[in-house]
Design a protein around this ligand. Structure first.
Ligand code: GLA
Length: 387
């Protein structure tokens, strides 16, 4: 891959002299959905799929961007004096947002760059292609200009850019999972204080299979921000009667005791999901640690039901993929992953039924939805690297 992207860089930008190649992964979340902005736990892992980048410093302040995924857009030009979000900037709003965030934090960028990207994460699939580009950009800037930043700092800068430049009010999960990824491990992250542990994922005779619904959506136009404010409203009402900082502070029992103080039924259901999903995630990690893979799978299934019925972020496409997956014997667990409203599902599937799974779920999806789903048997990879 390194040779391919370097030669493409040379083709697009004249030569590849002085250019360096990088990679940052995408991510999949195993369990703990819509908990990261509610002070709860998440359990994502980095993938071996991700974003490749080639970058070279310039002598001026110009920024020249090219994506092999959006070749028809050609080179998109900008400059360090123009770090403002715009429709015309298209996908370059992600790297520009990170550059802007560096400058906001007092890290002046001494010169512009030429940057070529190639991603093999399916676009808009909910595997965090945008967070991957953000972390990759931060990683390149740190490498170019020797900023004293940890990978965790890169995650926070990426989230800051997403929140304030691209105006998606996302939590920290995606950028953290990408910046902190570790081969064959998932990250058990407490989003209340960013403490985390790596948990080895040894699936023995099973694999992680991602099914992509191919229903396109971006977080910007989804109901993501709305879900977030509904959770915040529920929290504000609970805070009038009990001293909690986040919904993650409650266990199920405390929630049941206090829930009637949330006036609106919708907000009450959103909060219920946040509380139960957080506890479910803690139990799931415990199950994995004691090698109870079947229990882990059941908790994944329960997570989907809660996202479908209480948080209402699934939709017919994701429900079809998951409900068909549940019918296949040898599927340990299946649920939607990421923000929802389209995107993809994650399933743990025993090796001997992977082909049947892809065929059966694929056919049923086609019949019900009318277009194809795509399937990826994935591996858990490292965080960002210099190639
Ligand atoms: C998106 C956001 C994350 C998280 C998930 C839902 O991926 O970027 O911060 O909230 O949705 O769990």
């Amino acid at each position: 891959m390194k040779e391919i992207i370097l030669s493409k860089f040379a083709e697009i930008f004249g030569s590849a002299e002085g250019a360096k190649a990088y990679f940052a992964p995408g991510r999949v979340n195993l369990i703990g959905e819509h908990t990261d902005y509610n002070g709860g736990h998440v359990f994502p892992c980095a993938l071996t799929l991700g974003t490749y980048g080639v970058a070279r410093k310039r002598k001026d302040n110009k920024l020249r961007f090219y994506s092999m995924n959006f070749g028809h857009l050609g080179i998109i030009e900008s400059s360090l004096e123009d770090l403002i979000p715009s429709k015309e900037a298209d996908w370059t709003n992600y790297p520009k947002g990170v550059m802007w965030a560096f400058e906001q934090r007092g890290m002046k960028l001494p010169c512009g760059m030429d940057l070529l990207l190639y991603g093999n994460i399916p676009n808009g699939a909910g595997l965090s292609s945008s967070a991957s580009v953000e972390v990759l950009t931060g990683f390149i800037l740190r490498d170019f200009f020797d900023f004293d930043l940890s990978n965790q700092d890169l995650a926070l800068i990426g989230q800051y850019a997403e929140n304030h430049f691209n105006k998606v009010n996302c939590g920290i999960m995606d950028q953290f999972a990408i910046a902190m990824g570790k081969k064959n491990h998932a990250i058990f992250l407490d989003t209340a204080d960013l403490s985390y542990e790596y948990a080895p994922i040894k699936l023995e005779q099973a694999k992680i299979v991602i099914a992509c619904s191919n229903k396109k959506r971006g977080l910007g136009d989804s109901k993501y921000n709305e879900r977030r404010s509904q959770s915040e409203m529920a929290l504000a009402q609970l805070q009038q009667i009990t001293p909690i900082a986040t919904l993650g502070d409650l266990d199920e029992e405390a929630f049941e005791r206090l829930k009637d103080h949330i006036q609106d039924d919708i907000c009450r259901r959103r909060a219920k999901h946040a509380v139960y999903e957080n506890r479910r995630t803690m139990r799931a990690v415990e199950a994995l640690r004691s090698n109870k893979l079947e229990l882990f799978g059941q908790l994944m299934n329960e997570s989907h039901v809660s996202l479908r019925d209480d948080y209402e972020v699934t939709g017919v496409e994701l429900d079809t993929l998951v409900e068909e997956a549940w019918k296949v014997e040898g599927v340990l667990g299946s649920r939607m992953t990421g923000a929802g409203f389209g995107g993809c599902t994650v399933s743990i599937v025993r090796d001997e039924v992977i082909d049947t799974f892809i065929q059966q779920v694929g056919e049923a999806y086609m019949v019900r939805i009318g277009y194809e789903a795509d399937f990826y048997v994935v591996d858990i990879g490292e965080g960002p690297i210099i190639l």
